[in-house]
Design a protein around this ligand. Structure first.
Ligand code: NAI
Length: 498
């Protein structure tokens, strides 16, 4: 029976960092070393200012760092020491060559695998943590086996990560499931059991699922595609709601009450963002095309197409309510990260919206509590511009230190990321309104804020009213607690009247 005592994680990013930090936290008997080629990233992991923001992450890292958790750029030494190696490197969508714009770029996975093959001096369990197309483990195996000797043997496992940024620590401490795929050979199953033993330090055994290698790889793409599909479905319905007078919150609530559907991921929005959904669906589309399944490819492609449509529709509605022109108007964008509680901006809807505002010659003021200005400049620069990106973007956008600064003199405020600090019980909307150009417009995808503003402005006649417009995404959230409470009250009243 193999017992894992020393783990190396290649890739200290959004997945490798939190995942292996929690592993070290929960397994004090295992030494965990997280390595990366980026010296800056490793230096940040070794500092007080960790390179990624994730609620609860600081506590976990500060508790174990220097005890059984280490961050290093010495990739070779960590590989040599480890019994088990997680490969948690980036797998972005390919930009050029065959499958460009769709297929996952596996160059980083391949280079990490080759490094393991080159420097390993003892047998290893190699775990594919990155999200990869189905059957990538086969290529990894070929590379590793070409370098194996009678003394050195490699087993490959697939252990895709299901954490969501913003709730990573919570998800890792209490996962819905952990999935471990292995070749169904004697040594494959032994390696699988060794990783099961690591996870069962803190995850109940019935939540650790073991499958064959290919089911595990495909399940990750399938789960993301299905989650994104629900968002695109409710967003498609939000367009129908606006055209018919139906209320998408009510539709989502009514549908979500069906236990076969459930209420999660039925929240209409400006569209999904993040580094995974779009990338993984396109990956699935490409896989379907390669397998000569064009109808299947078209089906999943539509989820992404719908998402693009939703973002465009949001911008169109903003422009049309602002009297069909935003030229020289100041638009305050609150939030730039792809969702709250993360500083990650990859595929954030904010990027598409702001680029569209810039195209229309609007003046854009941006505020996000966790995204660094440098990141915003990079994201908004024209593709391929690395030098002078900041100067180029600075001409059109202003990055602000607070929501009040961004909204000052603005014609419209657009809340793109639902950070808690933009809720109406945290932000003084009367002050925001006072500083804005009149008529002032507020666009939000969060009905919680919207409902409360409307309630407050109705309740106190002296309070300034912001003419809100519940554009496109008038969003559909599952009914908010406030609106549910109102609904219950009305129902109770009706029952009493009867
Ligand atoms: P990331 O880009 O934040 O981190 C990847 C790290 O790997 C980078 O720091 C890079 O320098 C390092 N790296 C690349 N090649 C290397 C090599 N040969 N040796 C050492 N270090 C190397 O990426 P992220 O977000 O952590 O994603 C990693 C994988 O996990 C991807 O496949 C992604 O699809 C998947 N995933 C991501 C989730 C997320 O929420 N970000 C959730 C679940 C899975």
């Amino acid at each position: 029976m193999t017992v894992v005592k020393n783990i190396c994680c290649i890739g200290a990013g959004y997945v490798g960092g939190p995942t292996c930090a929690v592993l070290a936290y929960k397994c004090p008997d295992i030494k965990v070393t997280i390595v990366d080629l980026s010296e800056a990233r490793i230096a940040a992991w070794n500092s007080d200012n960790l390179p990624i923001y994730e609620p609860g992450l600081d506590q976990v890292v500060f508790e174990c760092r220097g005890k059984n958790l280490f961050f290093s750029t010495n990739v070779d030494a960590a590989i040599q020491e480890a019994d088990l190696i997680f490969v948690s490197v980036n797998t972005p969508t390919k930009k050029t060559g065959m499958g460009a714009g769709m297929a996952a770029d596996l160059a980083y996975v391949e280079s990490a695998t080759r490094r393991i093959a080159e420097v390993a001096k003892s047998s290893k369990i190699v775990v594919e943590k990155s999200t990869v197309p189905c059957r990538t483990a086969q290529s990894m195996r070929t590379i590793l086996e070409a370098n194996s000797t009678p003394e050195i043997h490699f087993d490959i496992l697939s252990n895709p990560e299901f954490l969501a940024e913003g709730t990573a620590i919570k998800d890792l401490l209490n996962p819905d499931r952990v999935l471990i795929g292995a070749l169904q050979t004697e040594s494959g199953i032994e390696a699988q059991n060794a990783l099961v033993d690591v996870y069962t330090h803190w995850v109940p055994k019935d939540r650790v699922i073991t499958t064959n290698l290919w089911s595990s790889e495909l399940s990750k793409l399938a789960a993301n595609a299905m989650l994104a599909q629900r968002i695109s479905s409710i967003n498609a319905l939000s367009a129908i709601c606006e055209a018919t007078g139906a209320d998408v919150d009510e539709v989502a609530f009514a549908c979500g009450k069906d236990t076969r559907l459930g209420s999660k991921f039925l929240k209409a929005s400006v569209g999904f963002g993040g580094s995974c959904f779009q990338k993984d669906i396109l990956n699935l589309v490409y896989l379907s095309q390669q397998l000569n399944l064009p109808e299947v490819a078209d089906y999943w492609q539509q989820v992404v197409t719908m998402n693009e449509y939703q973002k465009k529709r949001f911008v169109r509605n903003i422009i049309s309510t602002l009297f069909n022109t935003i030229t020289n108007k100041k638009i305050a964008v609150l939030g730039f990260a792809f969702k709250k509680d993360t500083g990650d901006t990859r595929e954030s809807a904010a990027i598409t919206l702001i680029k569209d505002f810039m195209q229309e010659n609007a003046r854009v003021a941006i505020y996000d509590p966790k995204v660094e200005p440098q990141q915003i400049y990079m994201d908004l620069a024209e593709p391929g511009v690395l030098v002078g990106a900041q100067e180029q973007v600075e001409k059109k956008v202003q990055i602000c230190q607070s929501a009040y600064e961004a909204a000052d003199g603005a014609d419209a405020v657009v809340i793109v990321t639902e950070w808690d600090e933009f809720r109406d019980d945290q932000l003084d909307y009367a002050k925001i309104y006072a500083g804005m150009n009149k008529p002032a417009f507020l666009y939000t995808k969060d009905t919680v804020t919207m409902d409360r503003i409307q309630q407050t402005s109705g309740a106190k006649s002296t309070q300034p009213t912001i003419p809100t417009t519940r554009i496109t995404t008038k969003t559909a959230v599952r009914p908010t607690r406030a609106s549910l409470a109102r609904r219950d009250m009305v129902q109770k009243q009706k029952q009493q009247e009867q």
